[in-house]
Write a protein that binds this ligand. Structure first.
Ligand code: SAM
Length: 279
């Protein structure tokens, strides 16, 4: 029945499920059945989804680091054919290939459309119970401590919920780095969303890090970290003690910055207080 229709030439960004095949939208399934070619990350992974969608369309492996001519050929084909872009899981381009393909398709004046659907980042955000009015998607943190710390420092002062993709073996260490660089904020660890063993555990970053230290969880994981203001108000005694300690190691402005980050407080107010304590 579908085959009676042809898709308009161009690029179709198709979101697939993040676990449960039932989350593939009917419109996405229809595009997968009709597209002239489907650009995929891994043909073996996508073959399963295409079978479930009743699609027998040809696949072509695509990554943003594929040779330039692979992308150029796909963009050429979009002039007269429909090209669907599919990831192993969830929404293409979200910690997945596709950005350069969309960029080049637009530059060439091709039609670009999206079939929206699941993404683990948004699903975890909705499960977390943390503020959703302002959030920043951080993708995967670097595994090297210095690069990971720098990335966390860069966003520590933002009044936004942060969303990270993670893997089980790195989880505890990452949570502990987040506590050190962002302060001990409220957070949520969601794993296996939409699958049989879906689970969301909430708590302070330090508690969650301790929980997973000896028992790295299996499966796919998203960590959601609340904004700095979400921490309970720190007592004057706590902040004074932290400032006094920091002043033994750091100049006033750095000490104020460190404590502001730890407690999610205003850096300027803490600077004034640090000057008083020093004076
Ligand atoms: N494009 C995908 C999306 O829209 O969510 C993300 C692809 S990224 C390569 C894969 C990461 O997404 C996993 O390592 C994990 O952090 C997260 N993820 C994917 N599926 C998940 C699920 N069902 N539950 C929890 N996290 C998931």
């Amino acid at each position: 029945m579908d085959t009676a229709f042809a898709l308009e030439p161009g690029l179709y960004i198709v979101a697939g499920p993040i676990g449960n095949l039932g989350d593939l939208t009917p419109r996405a399934a229809q595009v997968l059945r009709l597209a002239d070619v489907i650009a995929v990350e891994d043909t073996r992974v996508s073959a399963r989804l295409l079978r479930a969608a009743g699609s027998d369309r040809p696949m072509l492996p695509y990554h943003d680091h594929s040779a330039e001519n692979v992308r150029a050929r796909l963009v050429d084909r979009m002039a007269g054919e429909s090209v669907a872009l599919l990831s192993d899981a969830g929404t293409p381009l979200i910690s997945d290939p596709g950005y350069k393909l969309v960029r080049d398709a637009r530059a060439a004046g091709r039609m670009v459309t999206t079939l929206p659907g699941p993404s683990a980042a948004i699903a975890a955000l909705t499960l977390s119970g943390l503020p959703t009015d302002r959030f920043l998607f951080m993708g995967f943190l670097a595994s090297k401590a210095k690069a990971r710390g720098d990335a966390l420092d860069e966003v520590a002062a933002l009044r936004a919920t942060l969303v990270f993709y993670e893997s089980g073996p790195r989880l505890s260490e990452s949570l502990s780095a987040m506590a050190a660089h962002l302060g001990d904020r409220e957070a949520a660890v969601s794993r296996e969303i939409s699958k049989t063993f879906e689970e969301t555990v909430t708590g302070r970053l330090s508690e969650l890090s301790a929980r997973y230290a000896d028992a790295p969880p299996k499966g796919e994981i998203v960590v959601v970290v609340g904004p700095p203001g979400d921490a309970p108000p720190a007592s004057v005694e706590d902040t004074d003690a932290a400032l006094r300690e920091a002043l033994t190691r750091l100049p006033v402005s750095k000490a104020a910055g460190e404590v502001a980050k730890k407690f999610g407080l205003d850096r300027r107010a803490l600077y004034d207080r640090a000057m008083e304590l020093k004076g």
